[in-house]
Design a protein around this ligand. Structure first.
Ligand code: SF4
Length: 418
């Protein structure tokens, strides 16, 4: 199969995402209780109800950016008076919502009955959901998740579980529906199944040349935000892992002449995926992995799968609340990055300093110094914004990326000379 042909997993991805948005709008129109959630809120809980559906504004914003309308939506929010320094996901969402979903590839999200945010990634998100709370008069439930500078403590887990129980009671009271524990359990089984296949898919980055690019993994994240807890979710990642395995077995690689194996730190540059991956491939470079995608399905500070043990689903959801990178302290971030550099045979790290996401970017300078000075890994810092293309310059980015490749060559030459 040629690299340009759409794989079965790529076709299925479009189907899963398209169906999820259509189903969301259709069920909302038929009277389902609609919840807007932050990315980390466990969607499986909503599948414990008969007629509760959810939308994820962050994911919808990423889709807008990937489809080329991120800037247009940001500008709408800026005209309303929101600063261009705020996270571009928030600006895209606010711009899209208060323009009636115009320009959105999914016609926006159906109006919510409840907003559920959390504190584990950043405080901006709570304020952003508060904008909707004030403007729409919709209740806002905030889940407070302690940051993790070390592995989660059981008292923190109990604290989070109590909030999930409170959330369930709140939805029961507002929607008049009863929560079914077994249905939520079944949803977690599907999620767990899908995540196992996801980790298998990511493991093909260990192959030389790599069986995947980080850009593939960015694109393939979407079902985590729109279809978690469903058989479609598990089925999709099974297909993805199996198809990737077959392609590797047949010697079909995304960058066959891979000379530089790079690692990406930060959120995906949604507006640059195709351009950046093609330009890098032209230089013999492949970004084979990313903190952004490796952390899914893990617990804080590890990139290894944290599998569900079949126990209490609420405790499992609480345990995995801090899988994403933002709330991790320096130590956890450094240890996981060091581990993955070794595992994937990484030649260099691209730290993408993200104008929008301060919590992801704040420690990068220190991490860069540590990886370069303590472990001798060539690194570079580039400037991006994950969803606002106005804050990205291809020429200055590639000047720095090419300098990174030169550093890698110089290091190789120095090692050979020893
Ligand atoms: S600032 Fe970062 S963590 Fe916060 S909403 Fe934006 S992308 Fe998410």
């Amino acid at each position: 199969m040629s690299q340009k042909e759409k794989t079965s997993a790529a076709k299925n991805l479009s189907r899963v995402v398209g169906d999820a948005y259509m189903n969301l709008h259709a069920r909302a129109a038929e009277g389902a209780f609609v919840v807007w959630i932050a990315i980390n809120v466990p969607a499986e809980l909503f599948l414990g109800f008969d007629n509760v559906v959810y939308g994820v504004p962050e994911s919808h914003a990423a889709l807008n950016a990937a489809k080329g309308v991120g800037v247009r939506q940001c500008e709408k929010a800026e005209r309303m008076g929101y600063s261009a320094d705020l996270c571009s996901y928030a600006r895209i969402d606010i711009g899209s919502v208060y323009d009636g979903g115009k320009d959105s590839p999914t016609f926006g999200l159906p109006a919510p009955d409840l907003l559920v945010s959390n504190t584990n990634n950043c405080s901006l998100l709570v304020k952003w959901f508060d904008v909707h709370h004030r403007r729409m008069g919709v209740p806002h439930f905030v889940i407070d998740v302690p940051f993790c500078y070390e592995p989660q403590q059981s008292k923190d887990r109990r604290y989070i579980v109590r909030q999930f129980q409170d959330l369930i009671r709140t939805i029961e009271a507002l929607s008049g529906q009863k929560f079914d524990y077994d249905k939520a359990l079944c949803a977690i089984e599907h999620t767990n199944d899908g995540i196992r296949h996801w980790k298998r898919f990511l493991s093909f980055a260990e192959h030389r040349p790599s069986g995947i690019t980080a850009f593939d993994s960015f694109v393939q994240m979407a079902p985590f935000l729109v279809a978690r807890g469903t058989p479609q979710f598990a089925g999709h990642y099974k297909l993805l892992a199996e198809e990737t395995e077959n392609r590797v077995a047949k010697g079909n690689f995304p960058v066959p002449d891979e000379r530089y194996r790079l690692f990406w730190d930060n959120i995906a540059p949604w507006h640059q995926l195709r351009d950046m991956s093609c330009s890098l491939a032209g230089l013999g470079a492949n970004i084979v992995g990313a903190t952004y995608t490796s952390c899914i399905g893990t617990v804080e500070g590890s990139f290894d799968l944290f599998a569900w043990d079949g126990g209490d689903p609420l405790a499992y959801c609480a345990r995995t609340q801090n899988c994403y990178i933002c709330p991790h302290g320096m130590k956890l971030r450094g240890a996981s990055m060091q581990g993955v550099v070794k595992k994937l045979g990484i030649d260099g790290i691209v730290f993408a300093s993200n104008r929008s996401c301060k919590p992801y970017s704040i420690t990068q300078m220190d991490q860069q110094r540590r990886m370069a000075e303590d472990f001798g890994v060539p690194c570079v810092m580039i400037d991006v914004d994950h969803a606002d293309a106005r804050k990205y310059s291809k020429s200055s980015t590639f000047t720095r990326l090419e300098a990174l490749l030169e550093q890698i060559e110089a290091r190789r030459a120095a090692l050979q000379a020893v």
